[in-house]
Design a binder for this molecule. Structure first.
Ligand code: ADP
Ligand code: MG
Length: 683
């Protein structure tokens, strides 16, 4: 039987040295090896005539040696050049290698070979340096599509290719098929064995595409089914709370100082329906910064409390929790609903009282940070849980807090704008509501992208704004100076602004490595207007609200993803003042310019995130881990959008027909999902 877990040391060509190098690439077993997929491919199958070669291209030629190989000592020590002249019917070409004396015995005058390499025509003659080669009738290094692997450390591409080929020889088409036959047929997918071989060694690009499609499909389908199974487990297996129809959301909506947007009303309707149904609500509320998610959660809280239950909302930082606390109190306390705040800095005495009152039901709404997760926080009758997520909390964290009630409804709020199709795979365990509209009369934030030469003018502009009474944020990518990349550290920038540029203003800094208490204190002072300019890392990305801040300067803006820039920019424009975002960037590449352009032209988070995906590819978009998406081995969520959409339709059909994957025909799927569930509790 084929043992995929066998150690790579048993594979032909892998000695102790190579074991170490392969381990560095994360390759330990035969399975790791054959799933180490190529990053790209080189088509070395179509020969060109020498006369047609273009400077700079990589090309294959078929040519006869018309000289003997010449050994030439160069002026540089230890460098010997080997030179061979070849020709076809059209022209001659010079081939050059360095320090490879064994070549002397390889090429025979008058014999025909194939060469592949990078063409140079600069010296007036056609030349290829260090080409790979084959005898004319052989197809080892040329004559086919050659896979190139992403990282190889000290292993050459040729070596790793050979090792993988040897690995596939052991596999010998004996992989157990992982997908049910009916899905393979329906989707016209090739078998796992064929795909595994052809992803490494396709004969043409058609074969490569088929192989990749099959593997991507499986990876995405598995992920989607996993999420749907989780969702099923939480919503269908248990009885949830039926909140009262008499607790009417409209009672509170009609008393708000402003009119809700259509989008807010729509999502409230969705939430209302969920809350009144006996199913457990597991809903994602997605909406741009400032789109008014908080008020939606307050209205849901009202319904929960009026139905006789407690409600809790958890935020990622104390600053945010405190801010929510104030919003909640303002609207709910006049209606006789008691709100409390529990954060890290809550005094012991206060905390004891809160815990007591929570347990005996005197407190209706608890707002807080992770402190809420602690064991000693017990509710009398928790019915609704809201999490305000700056990025994605794990499924598990959400379930810890949910376990403090008897199957409470759960609402997850996020300001990360994710295209819907992707949201289905990032938050596939949740239903989705989207607020795609900002409240009216929001001032557009004017955004400018500038280079170093504009620095003085930018500073003058900041000065003018501060003299008019406004405040400014200046954001830097890193905490410590990084010489190599010439990035500005907060500390260095703070020093500059404090001592040299704005000695007349109060300048302070804040960064992620400070203690939470210090951070809170500085934020508090900034909120109160006691600090004019706040220099920070991305810690302010979370939704702090300082309406008087009208300028945001982002240093080295090219280092941030567009989604992050958008989030940052949302920190200004929260009050009555015209606000500005200034992106200082370095670099002249097209992608950098294009990204800056997107930011100056759009303020729509969804447009920006789609563009971000397009410009960066999902690798980077999700590679930041901030979305908590597991790394895909082969799928690329942007490029594979079409497959993702198909997968979502099929996954839904499968789960609808067979929610627990108990049917015989889905046996293989169940096996994969169970395996994944075991491996990864925290997804
Ligand atoms: P989010 O949580 O989505 O970032 P908030 O709930 O903090 O947004 O709302 C931002 C601001 O807009 C708050 O001051 C809130 O009171 C206000 N707001 C919310 N909805 C509306 C609306 N429909 N009309 C006017 N102002 C609104
Ligand atoms: Mg918010």
């Amino acid at each position: 039987m084929l043992d995929l877990n066998q150690d790579i040391q048993y594979i032909k060509g892998v000695g102790p040295n190579r074991v170490k190098l392969l381990n560095k690439l994360g390759i330990f077993t035969l399975e790791d090896l054959i799933t180490y997929y190529p990053r790209q491919y080189e088509d070395r199958s179509k020969p060109k005539k020498i006369a047609e070669l273009v400077d700079g291209e990589e090309a294959l030629i078929e040519a006869t040696a018309v000289s003997k190989i010449a050994e030439i000592r160069t002026r540089r020590k230890n460098m010997t050049m080997y030179k061979l002249i070849v020709a076809d019917q059209t022209d001659r070409c010079t081939l050059v290698w360095y320090n490879q004396s064994y070549l002397k015995t390889i090429f025979k005058y008058g014999n025909k070979y194939k060469f592949y390499g990078k063409v140079s025509k600069k010296t007036g003659q056609t030349q290829i340096v260090s080409p790979v080669y084959d005898n004319f009738e052989k197809n080892k290094n040329t004559g086919k599509i050659i896979p190139l692997y992403p990282l190889t450390y000290k292993l050459s591409q040729n070596t790793i290719r050979q090792i993988i080929e040897n690995g596939l020889e052991i596999v010998d088409n004996k992989l157990e098929e992982s997908m049910p036959q009916y899905i393979l047929e329906k989707q016209k997918l090739i078998s796992l064995n064929e795909a595994t071989y052809k992803i490494h060694f396709p004969n043409n690009f058609e074969e490569f595409k088929k192989a990749r499609e099959r593997l991507v499909f499986e990876e995405l389908l598995t992920m989607q089914l996993l999420l749907l199974s989780l969702k099923n487990q939480t919503t269908n297996s248990k009885q949830g709370i039926k909140f009262s129809k008499d607790a009417k959301m409209s009672d509170i909506i009609n008393n708000l100082p402003f009119k809700l947007t259509k989008a807010q009303l729509r999502v409230l309707e969705e939430i209302d329906t969920d809350m009144e149904s006996p199913k457990i609500m597991n809903r994602l509320l997605q909406g741009d910064v400032g789109s008014g998610k908080t008020i939606v959660s307050i209205i849901a809280a009202y319904k929960a409390v009026k139905s006789g239950y407690q409600m809790t909302i958890m935020a990622p930082t104390s600053i945010l929790a405190t801010q929510h606390f104030e919003s909640y109190k303002q609207i709910l306390e006049p209606l006789g609903i008691k709100c409390e705040l529990l954060i890290g800095s809550t005094t012991k005495k206060n905390k004891e009282r809160i815990l007591e009152e929570l347990k005996n039901g005197k407190i209706d709404v608890l707002i807080g940070t992770h402190a809420i997760l602690e064991d000693n926080v017990e509710f009398a009758n928790l019915g609704l849980v809201v999490t305000d997520e700056q990025h994605r909390f794990g499924v598990r964290q959400r379930s810890v807090i949910a376990s403090k009630g008897k199957n409470p409804d759960v609402l997850v709020m996020t300001a990360t704008p994710i295209p819907r199709t992707l949201a289905l795979i990032l938050y596939g365990d949740l239903d989705i509501s989207i607020i795609d509209e900002l409240p009216p009369n929001r001032k557009k934030i004017d955004t400018f992208a500038v280079t170093k030469s504009m620095e003085q003018r930018v500073n003058n502009f900041i000065q003018k704004q501060i003299e008019e009474g406004r405040q400014a944020y200046i954001v830097c990518p890193l905490v410590e100076e990084n010489e190599e990349m010439k990035l500005k550290s907060v500390l260095e920038v703070a020093e500059q602004y404090k001592e040299k540029i704005f000695p007349q203003f109060k300048v302070e800094y804040i960064h992620g490595k400070m203690r939470p208490k210090e951070k809170d204190e500085i934020m508090e002072q900034f909120k109160k207007g006691k600090i004019d300019i706040l220099i920070s890392t991305t810690v302010i990305e979370v939704g702090v609200n300082v309406p008087n801040a009208s300028i945001m300067v982002i240093e080295d803006a090219q280092r941030f993803g567009l989604a992050a820039l958008h989030q940052l920019r949302g920190r200004v424009g929260r009050g009555e003042y015209q606000s500005y975002c200034i992106l200082k960037y370095q670099g002249t590449s097209d992608v950098v310019r294009e990204r800056m352009k997107v930011m100056t032209q759009s303020t729509d988070g969804f447009v920006i995130s789609e563009k971000d995906l397009e410009l960066r590819g999902s690798g980077d978009f999700f590679g930041t881990k901030q979305h908590g998406i597991p790394d895909f081995k082969i799928a690329n969520l942007f490029e594979d959008m079409k497959i993702l959409k198909q997968v979502q339709v099929i996954a839904n059909e499968i789960i609808e027909e067979d929610p627990k994957l108990m049917n015989e025909k889905n046996k293989k799927l169940k096996k994969i999902i169970d395996e994944k569930l075991k491996q990864r509790i925290e997804i």
